[in-house]
Design a protein around this ligand. Structure first.
Ligand code: AMP
Length: 282
């Protein structure tokens, strides 16, 4: 892969889309963006064991290698890097820890998760040497962790943030949506709906993060199949809570529906247009 990447870099710009597979439109949107912006597009497909905690869904994480290859091929991807063996030496001893950002939000309920993410992404960067790497804002905390790692360790590449791709009813696309029963799938639409309600409140002038958190929590809690992990209103830079909503705020939520733990978020920036999806049934 490194030899392939070297060859590609001599011929033009190169892009990497790191994934864990089971592709949906979210993944494909990243591939399309990379295809449009770089001469050579690599997609990595690796279900990374170090980012799963004990008791999490590593073993049952959905996989469909054949279909993923067809979908990536149809997007004009040049190389799919899908190592069958472990990417880690059995006595591997080096792990990357992006302090602070890794401990909040999802990091609080998934200790070690972001160290696993940062470490595998650093390895994938060294393996495929991209000029640009594409990440979805669906995993906003992951983007901030990777951006910070790239800055702190002087990785010579650009991180490209890509917008969240949603189902027609607003649910953010995720490989883990496949865990949902039909009832849970219907219930999960509460995530985006509640984010849109809070956006409307902020646009009407609400500046108190606590009242936004309460409103979002109340509307999620009204859905019996939903079990809240967290509802947060934080700085999009530091991911720390803010005392007052000023120019930019990230509303981030993690909620369990049965065996699926789903995350979603909304980045609200002053002067940027509000979400366009209708506020049906709010
Ligand atoms: P995953 O395979 O879940 O690790 O995701 C691989 C990449 O696709 C990550 O950068 C994700 O943020 C991105 N991604 C996943 N779901 C979506 C989505 N609904 N919209 C945009 N990007 C996404």
């Amino acid at each position: 892969m490194q030899a392939e990447a070297d060859r590609a870099r001599r011929g033009g710009t190169t892009g990497l889309v790191p994934t864990m597979g089971f592709f949906h439109e979210g993944h494909l949107s990243l591939m399309r963006r990379a295809r449009a912006e770089t001469d050579w597009v690599a997609v990595s497909l690796y279900v990374n064991p170090t980012q799963f905690g004990p008791g999490e869904d590593f073993a049952r994480y959905p996989r469909d290698f054949e279909k993923d290859c067809e979908l990536a091929c149809a997007e004009g991807v040049d190389v799919m890097f899908a190592p069958a063996a472990s990417l880690y030496a059995p006595d591997s001893a080096t792990f990357i820890n992006v302090e602070r950002l890794s401990r909040v939000l999802c990091g609080a309920s998934r200790p070690g998760h972001f160290s696993g993410v940062a470490t595998v992404v650093a390895k994938l960067f060294n393996i495929s040497k991209p000029h640009r790497a594409y990440f979805g804002m669906k995993d906003f905390q992951q983007v901030r962790v990777i951006e910070t790692m790239v800055r702190d360790l002087n990785f010579d590449l650009e991180i490209v943030r890509c917008p969240i791709v949603r189902e027609p009813d607003g649910l953010a696309m995720s490989s883990r949506n496949s865990y949902l029963s039909p009832q849970e799938r219907r219930a999960a639409t509460v995530l985006h709906r509640s984010l849109l309600v809070s956006e409307r409140l902020i646009n009407k002038g609400e500046r108190d993060p606590q009242s936004i958190i309460l409103r979002v929590s109340d509307s999620i809690a009204a859905e019996p199949l939903a079990h809240i992990d967290y509802v947060a209103a934080v700085s999009p830079e530091t991911l720390e809570p803010v005392a007052r909503i000023e120019d930019a705020i990230l509303l981030a939520i993690a909620v369990r529906f049965g065996r699926a733990r789903l995350i979603d978020n909304l980045l609200i920036e002053r002067g940027k247009p509000a979400s366009r999806l209708p506020l049906r049934a709010c």
